[in-house]
Ligand binder design. Structure first.
Ligand SMILES: *[C@@H]1O[C@H](CO)[C@@H](O)[C@H](O)[C@H]1NC(C)=O
Ligand SMILES: *[C@@H]1O[C@H](CO)[C@@H](O)[C@H](O)[C@H]1NC(C)=O
Ligand SMILES: *[C@@H]1O[C@H](CO)[C@@H](O)[C@H](O)[C@H]1NC(C)=O
Ligand SMILES: *[C@@H]1O[C@H](CO)[C@@H](O)[C@H](O)[C@H]1NC(C)=O
Length: 545
C-alpha cells in the first residue's frame, strides 16, 4: 500500500488534456464556412454576432439568446487574407517577409473593431489560420507562426481554428507561442481547434507513457468537411466512434465531426460551398443530426443564417433544447458511442456518379462486343475468301472466276455493294458516339472521385443504430439516442440491459425532445413508428422499486 502510494507520488502528475483550462465541456458557437463559403466579410460576421446575442426567442417563456444557451464563440473561416505574391522571391501568398499575415482590408476593414464588437456583446471572437484559399508552401519557419500569434493577440481574438492546408501544421509550436504571447484584449487563454480533417498529421491526441493525454489543442476534427445531407452527417458522426472508444475525447480535448448543418440549405445552383450536396436536412434529420452531435460530446458549432427569421425560428426548438444541450455538456467518464447496431444494413447513399459509371461501363462493353463481332466476321470472311480462292486454284481453271455476288452472300459482314454503304457509315458513327460517350462518362466519374473534395462514397450502415452517453456515473442517468437510418418507419426496441453502465431492470424513460416523462418500464422500451432518419432522444434513470 505504502509503496504504491509512494510510486504514485513519484510519478509525474497527470496533466489535464489541454492545460489552457478551456473546453472543460464541449465548446459551443458559430462559424462561417457552411453558410458563406469564401464570400465572407466583416459586415456579415458582425451581423451574425449581433444576432447571436439577441434575445429574440423564448426558452420556457424567457427571452433567450443563442449565447445565453452557450453558443458564444463566433468565428470566421477562410478568406480574410489578401492573396498575392509576397517576400523576396514572391513565394509567400498572404504573409510578408517578417512573418506577419496580410488581411484583405476591403473585406475586413478592422478585425480589432470586429472582436471589440464581439466582446461588447458578451461573445468570444474566433479566427482562422493555415488557410486553404491561397494556401502557402513556404511558411514552415517559426517567424510565420510568431507573426500569426502576434496578429491573433493584437486583433484580440479568443479562439483560432487551424486548418490543414498550408505548411504551418505544427500545433505544439502554435500552442507554445500562444501561451508565451500575452493577450491585449479578450480572453487570456485561446481556444484552439485542430482542423486537420482526421488525416493531416498531427490530427489525433494520444496517451503518453506517463498516462497523460498529449493534446495541444481543445478540439480536433475527426473527419473531412460535413455537408447538409443525411449521408454526410452520418458519415462524419461515425468518424468519432473510434476516438470515443479509446477515451480520446474528453474534457479539454474533444473529438469533432465538423460544424452543425442544422438550418443550412442551399437552393440548386446557390452560393454554398457544397453545391447540390448542401440541399439540406428535413425536420427529422435535423433532430437526429443535433442529437447525434450532442450525444457524442461533439462541440456544437452552428453554421446557419441566424439573421434569417424563418430559419432561426425553424431550428430554435432543436438547438435551444436545454436538456439535450445538458447531455452534450455533461461528463461522467465516456464521451458517447454506439452500443447497439441492427444486423440489417441499409445503403444510405448512392453517389450520383454511380449512374454515370454504370452507363459508361455499359457503353464501353457494348462497343467492345460490337468490335469483337465485327472483327470476328471480318476474319471469318477473309478466311472463307482465302479458302474459296485456294479451292478454285486446286480444282483447276474450269470453274473460271468467281462471281462477285457469291462473295458478298457469303461474307455478309462486309457488304460491298453501293446501296448498303450508308448503313455502314451510320453504324460506324453510332459506334464512335458510344465510345466517346462511354469514355466521357468514366472521365467525369474519375474527376468527381479524385478532384471534388466533397465527393462521397456509398455508405452501408446498420438500419438501426443506438448511441449512449452516461450523464451521471453509476448508471444514475444515461442518455440514449435511437437512430433510424432506414428509409422507412420502424419500431425501435431498447433493451435496458444492453446499455453500458445501466443497472436498472425497471427504468424511468424521459423523452428529451418532447420534455416529457414516458413512464417506468421493465426490461425494455419500444419507440414505435419512428420516422426514417429520425432519432428519439431518451434519458434512462432507475425507477423506484
Ligand atoms: C457575396 O455576398 C454578397 C452579399 O450578400 C452578395 O451580394 C454577392 O452576390 C455574393 N457573392 C458571391 C460571389 O456569391
Ligand atoms: C479583397 O476583397 C475584395 C472585396 O470582397 C475582393 O473583391 C478582392 O478580390 C479581395 N482581394 C483579394 C486579393 O483577395
Ligand atoms: C477517460 O479519461 C478521463 C479523463 O482522464 C477519466 O476521467 C475517465 O475515467 C476515463 N474513462 C475511461 C473509461 O477510462
Ligand atoms: C416511476 O419511477 C419514478 C422514479 O423512481 C417515480 O418517481 C414514479 O412515481 C414512478 N412512476 C410510476 C407511474 O410508477
Amino acid at each position: 500500500m505504502a509503496l504504491a502510494a509512494l510510486a504514485l507520488l513519484l510519478l509525474p502528475p497527470l496533466v489535464a488534456a489541454s492545460d489552457n483550462r478551456l473546453a472543460q465541456s464541449p465548446p459551443m458557437g458559430w462559424r462561417s464556412w457552411n453558410l458563406f463559403g469564401s464570400n465572407v466579410s466583416q459586415l456579415r460576421i458582425e451581423r451574425i454576432m449581433r444576432a447571436m446575442a439577441e434575445r429574440e426567442h423564448l426558452v420556457d417563456g424567457v427571452p433567450t439568446s443563442l449565447c445565453d444557451l452557450g453558443y458564444c464563440d463566433v468565428g470566421l473561416d477562410d478568406n480574410w487574407q489578401l492573396c498575392g505574391a509576397y517576400g523576396a522571391e514572391g513565394q509567400l501568398r498572404f504573409h510578408d517577409e517578417t512573418g506577419a499575415p496580410i488581411v484583405n482590408t476591403t473585406r475586413f476593414p478592422s478585425l480589432k473593431a470586429m472582436t471589440d464588437l464581439a466582446h461588447s456583446l458578451g461573445l468570444y471572437a474566433g479566427w482562422y489560420g493555415n488557410n486553404c484559399i491561397c494556401m502557402e508552401t513556404h511558411t514552415e519557419a517559426e517567424k510565420f507562426y510568431r507573426g500569426d500569434v502576434q496578429a491573433l493577440r493584437a486583433y484580440g481574438f479568443d479562439s483560432i481554428k487551424l486548418d490543414g492546408c498550408g505548411s504551418q501544421n505544427d500545433l505544439e509550436l502554435f500552442d507554445r507561442l500562444i501561451k508565451e504571447t500575452p493577450a491585449t484584449s479578450g480572453r487570456e487563454a485561446v481556444l484552439v481547434e485542430n482542423c486537420h480533417w482526421g488525416s493531416r498529421e498531427p490530427f489525433a491526441p494520444h496517451f503518453a507513457a506517463d498516462g497523460s493525454l498529449w493534446c495541444p489543442w481543445n478540439f480536433y476534427r475527426t473527419s473531412g468537411d460535413v455537408r447538409a445531407n443525411y449521408d454526410s452527417v452520418v458519415r462524419n458522426l461515425l468518424t468519432t466512434v473510434d476516438y470515443a472508444r479509446r477515451n480520446l475525447s474528453q474534457p479539454g480535448c474533444w473529438a469533432y465531426p465538423d460544424m452543425l448543418e442544422v438550418g443550412v440549405a442551399c437552393s440548386e445552383g446557390g452560393d454554398c460551398p457544397g453545391g447540390t450536396l448542401d440541399l439540406g436536412l428535413n425536420a427529422a434529420e435535423t433532430r437526429a443530426h443535433f442529437g447525434a452531435w450532442a450525444i457524442v460530446s461533439s462541440p456544437l458549432i452552428l453554421s446557419h443564417d441566424v439573421t434569417d427569421p424563418a430559419i432561426a425560428a425553424a431550428v430554435w426548438p432543436v438547438i435551444a433544447n436545454k436538456e439535450v444541450i445538458a447531455v452534450n455538456q455533461a461528463w461522467a467518464g465516456h464521451s458517447g458511442s454506439p452500443f447497439f447496431e441492427s444486423s440489417e444494413q441499409v445503403l444510405l447513399y448512392t453517389p450520383p456518379e454511380w449512374a454515370y459509371r454504370r452507363r459508361g461501363v455499359l457503353l464501353l462493353v457494348a462497343c467492345a462486343l460490337c468490335a469483337a463481332v465485327y472483327a470476328f466476321r471480318r476474319l471469318a470472311a477473309a478466311r472463307r475468301r482465302r479458302r474459296s480462292t485456294s479451292t478454285a486454284e486446286e480444282e483447276g481453271h474450269e470453274l473460271g472466276t468467281l462471281e462477285p455476288k457469291r462473295l458478298v452472300d457469303e461474307g455478309q459482314a462486309i457488304p460491298a455493294t453501293a446501296p448498303r454503304l450508308p448503313l455502314r457509315v451510320l453504324l460506324c458513327l453510332a459506334f464512335t458516339a458510344a465510345l466517346v460517350a462511354g469514355v466521357a462518362q468514366l472521365v467525369y466519374v474519375w474527376g468527381e472521385e479524385t478532384l471534388n473534395p466533397y465527393h462521397s462514397w456509398e455508405l452501408l450502415v446498420p438500419a438501426a443504430q443506438y448511441f449512449y452517453k452516461p450523464v451521471r456515473p453509476h448508471g444514475e442517468a444515461t442518455a440514449v439516442l435511437l437512430m433510424n437510418h432506414a428509409p422507412t418507419r420502424r419500431d425501435l426496441r431498447l433493451e435496458f440491459a444492453a446499455i453500458p453502465g445501466v443497472l436498472c431492470t425497471r427504468c424511468h424513460v424521459r423523452d428529451l425532445w418532447a420534455h416529457r416523462d414516458l413512464g417506468n418500464f421493465s426490461h425494455a422500451y419500444v419507440a414505435s413508428d419512428v420516422e426514417s432518419h429520425d432519432a428519439p432522444f431518451l434519458l434512462i434513470t432507475p425507477a423506484a422499486v
